[in-house]
Design a protein around this ligand. Structure first.
Ligand code: HEM
Length: 533
């Protein structure tokens, strides 16, 4: 080693024999020819399908600067603003070249439609995504393609798509627990509470046994899921290099031992003392899968789909509803009037009554528009293909896409930037205004919180029922909700630089960790009737 260390490269080359020099020149020439042919044939293949999308500006070799910016903006919860800046090009589609890989990003409705629907079979979740998320998702529906995805979908659809009357009873049981947690006049991190509520409900409904997080101090499962969301989202940004970074074996272990415990308990507790409870357990998804004699692995795939799909997105939507209503209390006053007229404050709402509450429906629609929990989707091209628009100088030509190229479609972007100009009577698309829905119907592909196409959310009816029921119940119980701005400020959640350079309170930032959610704790205090503070 010390000998080699003392040799400089020119000295080393000078000492090579003539036959070695010829050989190395030959190798370099062949390598150069190979690279040229690969580049040329890729260009030809690309041209067959369309033009290039404009490139995101970059100055460093191999787009290292873009990677650094992506990671920095991700960590500072500023990814949405960055993606918006990048997408302000005529065709709303950019090509981002980082560490030797091309990534496309788009919020053009035509392109989103092509990826999710009209060219569905050209796109997949892909092997990279599967490998990165395997420690959390196994082979569940969220990480599978092709025949495996079809099998997962057929299995889950039976259980998720139809609502049962007992779902309301289970929801009510956990709402009562949540109210007990909230009514002591303290302030709470609302996401923490609502996320526990959602997990307890979905596990109770689909596994026949609640995770019981609303009543426990420690939250190992939720913390493990969050750890994996945050770390794996960063790995996803590295594209094909992401799988080379380690996963989170500890967090994954916590998750899997929880699932094992639930399965073992469900197998063991066939002799339930309460006959109603016993039959509800047997009717649950887990009860049914166990009766079918499916392998533990397949059962876990299904349980993970329920836990991941059923917990975060509904919790995120509800925390944004509460955040927005606390900032616009006049909307909450109107909502309570609607509740008073339709249900009253004492009886439990029926499914029919919930559907007859236009303001409640519009509040949910508007929240899902402004704050979609699945703000971005990622896919990879399964073959050479094209996107209908975004290529060429004016951004109107089809974009050619080579097999293996990843694409990020931005639901957040398209839902805040309607393709046609907003009528002057409508508020800006960046503002929370449920009233816009009284006179506005978006085009199909500009509003897709549950996605459209083949991979549309299987749990959307369940989610809508949960959110409608929850919001009606909480505002039957509580008259108002206050944002604890000072507590949030202390945690430095959403400070921005004001005009005079001093920090002031801005909009809550958006954190991207698989899903898109408030970057900081939404600290709230709920106030009961007659207890206004
Ligand atoms: C506000 C609540 C919800 C929103 C906004 C939402 C949104 C979405 C979106 C955008 C997708 C597509 C993801 C992708 O293509 O990668 C999806 C898929 C899915 N969702 Fe939801 N979801 C919600 C609630 C739920 C609930 C409560 C469940 C189950 C109980 C659920 C189960 C699923 C499943 C199983 C899929 C996979 C569909 C497939 O890949 O074929 N979701 N959801």
């Amino acid at each position: 080693m010390p000998v080699l260390h003392n040799l400089r490269l020119p000295t080393l080359i000078g000492r090579l024999s003539p036959s070695h020099s010829i050989l190395s020149s030959l190798i370099f020439t062949l390598l150069g020819i190979h690279l040229f042919i690969t580049w040329h044939s890729a260009r030809q293949r690309l041209r067959k399908h369309g033009e290039k999308a404009p490139a995101a500006p970059s100055w460093a070799p191999f787009g290292i600067d873009l990677l650094a910016t992506a990671v920095r903006r991700l960590i500072s919860n500023d990814f949405f603003t960055w993606s918006r800046e990048l997408l302000s090009v005529p065709g709303r589609t950019v090509s981002i070249s980082m560490i030797g890989q091309d990534l496309l990003m788009t919020d053009a409705p035509e392109n989103i439609k092509a990826v999710l629907s009209t060219h569905f079979s050209d796109w997949a979740k892909g092997e990279t995504f599967h490998t990165i998320w395997e420690d959390l998702m196994l082979d569940s529906i969220f990480a599978s393609d092709g025949a495996l995805w079809h099998a997962n979908k057929d299995m889950l659809r039976t259980f998720i798509s139809k609502l049962r009357s007992t779902d309301y009873d289970v929801t009510e049981k956990h709402i009562s627990q949540l109210f007990q947690n909230l009514e002591d006049g303290e302030s709470y991190d609302f996401f923490d509470q609502i996320d526990r509520f959602s997990l307890d409900v979905v596990t109770d409904v689909f596994f026949g046994e609640s995770a019981g997080t609303l009543t426990s101090e420690k939250q190992p499962v939720r913390e493990a899921v969050e750890d994996m969301y945050v770390w794996n989202t960063k790995r996803v940004l590295l594209g094909n290099l992401g799988p080379f970074l380690p996963g989170s074996p500890k967090a994954s272990g916590v998750m899997h031992s929880y699932l094992d415990r639930v399965i073992d308990k469900a197998r063991a507790t066939n002799e339930e003392s309460d006959p109603d409870e016993k039959s509800r357990r047997e009717d649950s998804m887990l009860g049914s899968l166990l009766r079918q004699g499916l392998s533990r692995k397949l059962i876990k795939d299904a349980m993970l789909a329920i836990m991941l799909g059923g917990k975060d997105p509904s919790s995120i939507t509800l925390v944004w509803v509460i955040y927005e209503l606390a900032r616009q209390p006049e909307i909450l006053v109107k909502l309570r009037e609607e509740i008073a007229h339709t249900v009253g404050f004492a009886p439990l709402p029926t499914p029919g009554q919930l559907k007859q509450m236009p303001l409640l429906q519009n509040i949910i629609k508007e929240t899902l528009r402004l704050h979609p929990p699945v703000g971005y989707n990622i896919r990879v091209a399964a073959k050479d293909t094209s996107l209908p628009t975004g290529g060429g100088l004016d951004g109107t030509k089809p974009v050619g896409v080579l097999k293996g190229t990843h694409i990020i479609t931005s639901n957040l972007g398209v839902q805040r930037l309607h393709s046609s100009p907003a009528p002057p009577s409508l508020p800006s698309f960046d503002i929370f205004a449920p009233s816009r829905w009284q006179s506005w119907t978006p085009d199909l592909w500009t509003y897709l919180p549950f996605n459209h196409g083949n991979r549309v959310c299987l749990g959307r009816n369940f989610a809508m029922m949960q959110m409608e029921y929850f919001l009606c119940r909480i505002f039957q119980e509580f008259e108002s909700v206050q944002l604890m701005d000072e507590e949030m400020d202390r945690k430095c959640l959403y400070k921005v630089k004001g005009v005079d350079g001093r920090e002031e309170r801005g909009e809550m930032k958006i954190k991207m960790a698989l899903n898109t959610k408030p970057a900081g704790a939404v600290m709230v205090k709920f106030v009961k009737t007659g207890k206004r503070q």
